[in-house]
Ligand binder design. Structure first.
Ligand SMILES: *[C@@H]1O[C@H](CO)[C@@H](O)[C@H](O)[C@H]1NC(C)=O
Ligand SMILES: *[C@@H]1O[C@H](CO)[C@@H](O)[C@H](O)[C@H]1NC(C)=O
Length: 239
């Protein structure tokens, strides 16, 4: 894995529903700092000790801590790296993503958070401003799936290997039929390409995708025939 420490400015909105379940620290530390933002260099708002309980309002991807990038926004309104929290689900979200838009593809808009940090590494272990990084953000924020370069124990790697990795991952479906909120993939270039499917037209078999790095290091959206992509990857069985 590439070492990646990243202080990413995230736009954070509080979840509408307060968490009902209470959580505690796991046994990795006697205490943990809860911070103003999901980065280890942001100010400490409060400290939790072993045995303290707190709710989790929502979760985000932030700075990686020991190769682990989920942060919990607690009921005290601060951010605690999930590395130290006993959620019972160490590499999955147990609450909504703080920016979750619901089970739909969301608006087609360039809301990529890292566009000013091209070539650094994102919280999901992808190089920033590449197509894979943009799609990883979409999956995390719009599907509430903690997707990383190592999702489901497969090595997803470059866009060109995503269909293979998807087939190797339990619960993921790969086919030739797009649905809003799935991933379009082809390997017609050396590294391949992935894009986020925003909408699908069955009448003329066209698909509208959002993507990064077709225009170098930039966002674009286009409507193309279904077969402009080789495969459609469905990470979420609901899609
Ligand atoms: C998928 O699994 C096959 C068989 O185990 C393996 O050879 C291949 O490298 C895997 N590919 C990816 C991208 O995970
Ligand atoms: C197919 O229909 C959609 C929606 O009406 C339209 O936006 C698009 O331009 C058409 N695409 C093609 C490839 O004809």
């Amino acid at each position: 894995m590439k070492p990646a420490l990243l202080a990413a400015p995230l736009l954070l909105v509080s979840a509408s529903a307060a968490a009902r379940r209470l959580y505690q620290l796991n046994d990795k530390s006697d205490y943990a700092n809860c911070r103003a933002a999901p980065t280890t260099d942001s100010p400490v708002v409060r400290q939790y000790k072993a045995g303290d309980t707190f709710g989790i309002e929502c979760q985000v991807s932030g700075m990686r801590v020991f190769d682990y990038a989920i942060w919990d926004k607690t009921s005290d309104g601060c951010y605690l790296t999930d590395y130290y929290v006993d959620t019972g689900a160490p590499s999955a979200y147990v609450a909504d993503y703080c920016l979750y838009d619901g089970p739909d593809p969301g608006p087609a808009v360039d809301d990529y958070r890292y566009r000013d940090q091209c070539d650094e590494v994102d919280p999901w272990n992808y190089y920033i401003c590449q197509c894979v990084s943009f799609v990883a953000q979409r999956i995390n924020e719009r599907q509430r799936i903690y997707f990383t370069n190592a999702f489901g124990g497969s090595r997803w790697g470059d866009a060109g290997t995503w269909a293979d990795a998807a087939r190797n991952t339990t619960g993921v479906r790969v086919d030739r039929t797009p649905r809003p909120g799935c991933i379009a993939q082809h390997r017609r270039s050396a590294l391949g390409h992935v894009a986020w499917v925003h909408s699908v037209c069955h009448a003329n078999r066209s698909v509208t995708v959002e993507q990064y790095n077709v225009v170098p290091h930039q966002y674009s959206s286009e409507t193309v025939p279904w077969d402009a992509f080789d495969y459609y990857i469905h990470l979420d069985h609901k899609h």
